[in-house]
Design a protein around this ligand. Structure first.
Ligand code: ATP
Ligand code: MG
Length: 259
């Protein structure tokens, strides 16, 4: 049995410099995630959900933000003191993120297939031909219709749900141990949302990934996550196994979300 957690975050603080001084976006957040588990993070807009995930991925610009923590460990390895090169290796290979806005991560001037292919080639020494094969297999896996056409399409030619599937393909392309999905379905209509959630669940089981799933919607967490952390104004106000928290919420804010 592997006892080292997949991810351990201890006393995470993130602040941003603004005109008045420092804005404390995340304050003293601690949580952990076992291999293959799903942690749901819920909370209102601005509560610090995205900033928490960006801090884990070490993607916050150093000149504008201050990230402090006792620890951020992925598979027992501290991410806080990693070199840029090491982080680039880990991002993609061991941890990947699906961003809130697919269009901010897909480049409009490159074909979808090429973008996923480049992501694979950045991490693996394989031929372009092999990489393309992998992309087509991934597009199949995320249930994009006509993978060959999708490979050649530009992002603007795809629907919102299809773009999100390309993003998911890119995120899982190097088999990460941890996948962070930041509100991957908010921009989509309800039936497409449901399909994407089912896809993520299916992939998670197939790949044995741990997942952090961020949402406004506590109902989405139910059935998807093992554990939940509720954030309000930069703090985790309550966390625990999903069933316990949903059946017996302790914090007034969680009670309000459920009501
Ligand atoms: N790069 C940044 N510079 C300055 N402040 C930032 C930056 N990114 C986020 N913030 C601030 O940090 C706080 C938390 O933002 P965050 O994006 O984590 O919220 P969120 O919970 O993801 O909200 P939403 O549900 O709307 O996505 C907000 O007050 C936001 O304005
Ligand atoms: Mg966000």
């Amino acid at each position: 049995m592997n006892k080292t957690p997949l991810l351990a975050v201890k006393n995470l603080h993130v602040s941003f410099r603004n005109e008045e001084g420092w804005l404390h976006a995340v304050q003293d957040a601690s949580f952990s995630l076992a291999h293959g588990q799903t942690l749901g993070i819920v909370g209102e807009s601005g509560s610090g959900k995205s900033v928490t995930s960006l801090a884990i991925m070490q993607l916050l610009a150093k000149n504008q933000s201050r990230v402090e923590a006792t620890n951020i460990e992925l598979e027992g390895q501290s991410l806080l003191h990693c070199s840029g090169e090491k982080l680039r290796q880990l991002r993609g290979n061991r941890m990947a993120m699906i961003f809130q806005e697919p269009m901010s991560s897909l480049n409009p001037v490159f074909r979808c297939g090429m973008q996923v292919e480049e992501a694979i080639l950045a991490h693996e020494k394989i031929s372009r031909k092999m990489a393309k094969k992998r992309v087509l297999a991934l597009f199949e896996k995320v249930k994009l219709p006509h993978p060959e056409n999708m490979y050649h399409a530009y992002p603007h030619q795809l629907s919102g749900g299809q773009k999100q599937r390309v993003m998911i393909a890119m995120a899982i392309s190097c088999n990460p141990a941890l996948l962070i999905a930041d509100e991957p379905t908010t921009a989509l209509d309800v039936t497409v949302q449901q399909n994407i959630l089912e896809l993520l669940q299916e992939l998670q089981q197939q790949y044995g990934m741990g997942m952090i799933f961020i949402t406004h919607d506590l109902a989405v967490i139910n059935g998807l996550a093992d554990k939940v952390a509720v954030m309000q104004k930069g703090k985790i106000v309550e966390q625990g196994p999903v069933k316990e928290v949903l059946q017996n919420p302790q914090h007034p804010y969680t009670q309000g979300l459920l009501a």
